[in-house]
Design a protein around this ligand. Structure first.
Ligand code: FES
Ligand code: FES
Length: 159
């Protein structure tokens, strides 16, 4: 039997009817067309499916969509404001914090949720914050440098 689901994603409200076992990542990608969020291991290990759910970074492959009923969600598509990239996106571009880009949407979601909560972290805290997000390309240092640049105020949100 199908169930009703209400979500607000990137500021937009949605009402859907889904099968009870549908994963949140499936709803985002298949029902809403938000394919920035990637599917990888599907076992809560790689972090490519990370999104922000009610302010917290979560792995959307490990949550049934119905568990998120009523939630506010931000995906990578919701980071930019119009044609203005989010400071983290600008820093990732400038610091070369991506190569293939497959991990990047999840990495940005984890980074944003973390810095929203803790705007002045140490480098060690930054490393811990993204240790659930696997990147096979960059070796992480460029990602840490990009996040540190945002922490240091090198990039600011446009008003
Ligand atoms: S696809 Fe969700 S953690 Fe790997
Ligand atoms: S940029 Fe390729 S996995 Fe991170």
């Amino acid at each position: 039997m199908k169930k009703e689901l209400r979500l607000t994603v990137n500021g937009q409200p949605y009402e859907l009817t889904i099968k009870p076992k549908t994963l949140l990542v499936e709803v985002l990608r298949n029902n809403l067309g938000l394919t920035g969020t990637k599917r990888g291991c599907e076992s809560s290990s790689c972090g490519v499916c990370s999104i922000i759910l009610n302010g917290m970074a979560v792995k959307s492959c490990s949550i049934l969509a119905l568990q998120a009923d009523g939630a506010e969600i931000t995906t990578v598509e919701g980071l930019a404001k119009g044609d203005q990239y989010h400071p983290l996106q600008k820093a990732f571009l400038d610091y070369g914090a991506y190569q293939c880009g497959f991990c990047t949407p999840g990495m940005l979601a984890s980074a944003k949720a973390f810095l929203d909560e803790n705007p002045n972290p140490t480098e060690e805290q930054i490393r811990e914050a993204i240790d659930g997000n696997v990147c096979r390309c960059t070796g992480y240092n460029s990602i840490i440098r990009a996040m540190t640049a945002v922490v240091n105020g090198e990039y600011r949100e446009e008003k």
